[in-house]
Design a protein around this ligand. Structure first.
Ligand code: GUN
Ligand code: ZN
Length: 462
């Protein structure tokens, strides 16, 4: 596919050659992907021009059309896929990862809130935001929906770091005006004015987007939720993100705080916080009525498997959500989650499904982490696959990245098995390179080299 109909491509293209896979639609969750839902080229090229995808296809078709001076980067053993997208992650929680021995509410009080309080220091926020974005890239993640802290400085720090790296992030200032330490709580009206100011500064500035971010019902007064809903109605194309139905103790507490509401979901519904721009993290302990309401409003769930098992929160019912036509994204939820790697997240999602007697095929897992998550975040016109004109965000996966992956490659028969090995045995070591807006932003140590194509100048990727 290309936006150019003539035979020769323009001067100044950059070409990446390797195996290439991307999704055009949801492949479903059966052993065979739905017809026309994906494209795979064993010897493929991605042609990039001025940061955008110009073409993706077979090397034999596209290489002859390149001007002779075109630089071709070869990725032997490389599988080029769209950059991974994470639909729920906390920038200020890197240091909270791997905190021992608690469930959600104690974990928040013991580890998370004290750590997030440090982000009142703008210098600390900048250092952590750069660390976070660099780590996203080294894990192959090029876009994400991100919680900052209640401090506006943390939002500026994150968006500035994303801009420096050419990444498109969606993020927001946490709104939390009760049940939190003084150094983390905001005020009801201040949370609205700060959010509004940040939204007007960052929403649609380049690739950045704003998300209205009430932490969860338990840390917001009804007045704050009212203001969050007001902001959402004033800016209907801004995202809304919050947590929902993650933990039994949390659900009981929210029930006590909002006795007049019929359910936890009804709290968000009542305050105008549901809709097709809303992403609710977790949604584990829910029922058919909830699913119906999500489907009716277009509200989305971020399935956070490593967080759900680590914090002992429960097992998300993936099949029930799909059957009810609820839109589901895949997410790391670091620091409750134990890895920024979307490969590791896919592995855990598969295991959660197995614990429920369900499955998640590698097609479905790779779809979710790319085009599926782009759709959840309304970024699919911009990224998520290699349709011409989209931003050139991609990852080169190395399925020989570790001795274990190499060993398993001896026993692989098809692409589905390659993908499954990558998601079950792979992690950040399998990320050979990450390219954002056509620019190489991360490159791991060298891959073994193999052949070149004769007619063009070449560079060898890693
Ligand atoms: N619920 C409210 N805040 C949080 C958080 O930071 N992480 C998780 N996993 N759940 C939450
Ligand atoms: Zn979270």
């Amino acid at each position: 596919m290309s936006i150019f109909s003539d035979t020769t491509l323009p001067i100044g293209c950059e070409v990446h050659r390797g195996a290439l896979l991307h999704f055009l639609d949801n492949p479903g969750n059966n052993p065979e992907p739905s017809p026309n839902s994906m494209e795979y080229f064993e010897d493929g090229v991605l042609v990039v021009h001025q940061g955008k995808v110009l073409a993706a296809g077979a090397a034999s078709e596209w290489l002859p059309r390149l001007p002779a001076s075109t630089q071709v980067t070869c990725w032997p053993h490389g599988l080029i896929v769209p950059g991974f997208i994470d639909t729920h992650v906390h920038m200020p929680q890197l240091g909270v990862m791997a905190s021992y021995g608690t469930q959600l509410l104690d974990w928040l009080e013991t580890y998370t809130f004290p750590h997030e309080a440090r982000f009142s220091d703008a210098d600390w926020a900048r250092v952590e935001a750069r660390r976070f974005t660099d780590l996203l890239l080294s894990h192959g993640t090029t876009s994400a929906l991100v919680f900052c802290t209640s401090h506006p400085e943390s939002v500026d720090a994150l968006f500035e770091a994303a801009e420096e790296r050419g990444m498109g992030l969606t993020a927001g200032k946490v709104m939390m005006d009760r049940h939190a330490p003084e150094n983390l709580k905001d005020t009801t009206s201040g949370s609205y004015t700060d959010s509004l100011e940040l939204l007007e500064k960052w929403h649609h500035r380049g690739r950045q987007r704003y998300a209205i971010t009430p932490r969860f019902a338990a840390t917001s007064t009804p007045e704050q939720l009212t203001l969050a809903g007001r902001l959402a109605s004033e800016y209907p194309d801004a995202m809304v993100q919050t947590h929902w139905a993650e933990n039994i103790g949390e659900i009981k507490w929210v029930g006590e705080l909002f006795p007049e509401r019929t359910s936890y979901l009804n709290v968000y519904d009542h305050y105008g916080l549901l809709g097709d721009h809303t992403v609710l993290a977790h949604g584990i302990h829910i029922n058919d009525e909830d699913r119906q309401r999500l489907a009716d409003t277009g509200s989305r769930i971020a399935f956070c498997p490593t967080s759900n098992t680590f914090l002992g929160s429960g097992l998300f019912d993936f099949r029930a959500a799909c059957e009810a036509d609820v839109s589901v994204g895949l997410a790391s939820d670091v620091g409750g989650g134990t890895s920024l790697s979307m490969l590791a997240t896919m592995a855990e999602a598969y295991k959660v499904c197995r614990m429920r007697g369900q499955t998640m095929t590698p097609w479905q897992a790779f779809y979710l982490a790319t085009l599926g998550n782009a759709r959840v975040l309304h970024r699919d016109k911009e990224c998520g696959n290699f349709e011409p004109g989209k931003t050139a965000d991609f990852v080169v996966l190395d399925h020989h990245a570790s001795p274990m992956l190499s060993m398993k490659n001896l026993f692989i028969n098809n692409l589905s098995e390659t993908l499954f090995n990558l998601m079950i045995l792979g992690d950040d070591r399998a990320i050979a390179a990450t390219v954002v807006t056509g620019q190489l932003q991360y490159q791991r140590a060298a891959l073994p080299q193999s052949g070149t194509s004769p007619t063009h100048s070449h560079t060898q990727g890693a």
